[in-house]
Design a protein around this ligand. Structure first.
Ligand code: NAP
Length: 325
């Protein structure tokens, strides 16, 4: 079928393109042409989805039957897509756990938990508004995947990547003394293939799209980083109070770490519907090993998307934290 990827040249979208090609679709990507190009055999359509009128002009006579939307970051982008793509057979949209009003800290008990209804120009409210905009036009042909932490090769957000490089460098590595805190991830390749399948089947509704509760822990993930990089790094736990007092920002400076009060519920996220709909759960070790294999050849990474700062702790700050331990 004719499958349009809104996005498709960076991380998740790139895997969506690969999955769609592997499943025999006639694939087009729609991007600004800033980030990169899709592989041969894919129609590369260009334009800024925040501008009205650009998407229909780029599509011309080529009418998609299926859409996977990985690039929506504004209300306008959702509105413009809804105006043009309302007649497709299946539309799989990538949203976020942040669409839930109570996440973080969660928990997320089901897809019926309330989502943001405000006009705030922030990530979660924008994703929730985009879901409403597109859902109103597409009805039960619209699936919104409220993704958790996405990992895998080509991840330029670079949270897991930062830990891999830091641990590979070896020596004493400052880690939060919260290694038992739960963590769930979804591999971009699993999510991508599943999104294509959901669009093909015309499955609708919201789906909390991440790994199951109990999948791993922060410490479990870091241990796998140590193993796959072959590092002799010594993980040195630093108490949370010390980290916070030193201005170490959870999730950002020490990626994937959340303060205890948030971590207690943040990964208590029910994924029953995702499991029922067959969202795969790849072994964490495979995701980490493949991310490391890609990183080693990736060279200098582009800046993280959407103007986000690069995650990670600089060596000077880490040395000061380690001094007392
Ligand atoms: N990373 C996580 O852990 C996480 C967690 C939850 C949800 N999410 C969501 O998952 C999705 C991740 O997608 P990704 O970034 O990996 O997807 P991607 O499709 O691989 O990359 C983003 C694409 O959007 C295009 N793009 C950006 N701005 C555009 C615009 N204004 N008009 C047209 N195209 C535009 C980029 O190309 P050009 O630059 O060339 O335009 C690029 O191809 C996002 O929706 C994110 O909010 C991520």
């Amino acid at each position: 079928m004719r499958l349009l990827v809104l996005g498709g040249t960076l991380f998740l979208g790139r895997h969506v393109v690969a999955a769609a090609l592997a499943r025999g679709h006639d694939v087009a990507t729609f991007t600004r042409g800033v980030t990169g190009s899709p592989p041969d055999g894919v129609r590369a359509l260009h334009g800024d989805r925040d501008d009205p009128g650009v998407l229909p002009a780029a599509l011309g006579e080529w009418r998609p039957e299926l859409v996977v939307d990985t690039s929506c970051q504004s209300r306008a982008a959702a509105r413009h897509a809804a105006a043009v793509l309302g007649d497709v057979r299946g539309y799989a949209f990538v949203s976020s756990l942040n669409a839930y009003r109570n996440w973080p800290p969660g928990p997320v008990r089901s897809e019926d938990d309330p989502v943001w209804q405000t006009d705030d120009d922030e990530y979660g409210p924008i994703k929730a508004a985009a879901e409403r905009e597109l859902g109103a036009v597409l009805g039960d042909r619209f699936l919104t995947a409220r993704a958790g932490l996405i990992v895998g090769p080509h991840d330029t957000v670079d949270r897991l990547g930062w830990w891999l490089r830091r641990i590979a460098r070896g020596g004493r590595v400052a880690v939060p003394d919260a290694l038992e805190q739960p963590l769930a991830v979804v591999d971009a390749r699993d999510l991508a293939g599943w999104l294509v399948e959901m669009a093909e089947r015309g499955v609708g509704g919201p789906v909390t799209a991440t790994g199951p509760v109990g999948m791993t822990t922060l410490g479990g993930l870091l241990a796998v980083c140590r193993e796959v990089t072959g590092s002799d790094a010594a993980l040195v736990p630093v108490p949370e109070e010390e980290l916070l007092a030193a201005g170490v920002e959870p999730w950002q400076d020490l990626p994937l770490w959340l303060p205890q009060d948030v971590a207690a519920t943040a990964w208590a996220v029910d994924t029953t519907r995702a499991r029922r709909l067959g969202l795969p759960v790849r072994p964490v070790r495979e995701s980490v090993a493949d991310t490391w294999a890609w990183l080693r050849d990736a060279g200098e990474l582009p800046a993280p998307p959407h103007g986000r700062p690069r995650p990670g702790l600089d060596p000077g700050r880490e040395a000061r934290l380690l001094a007392g331990h």
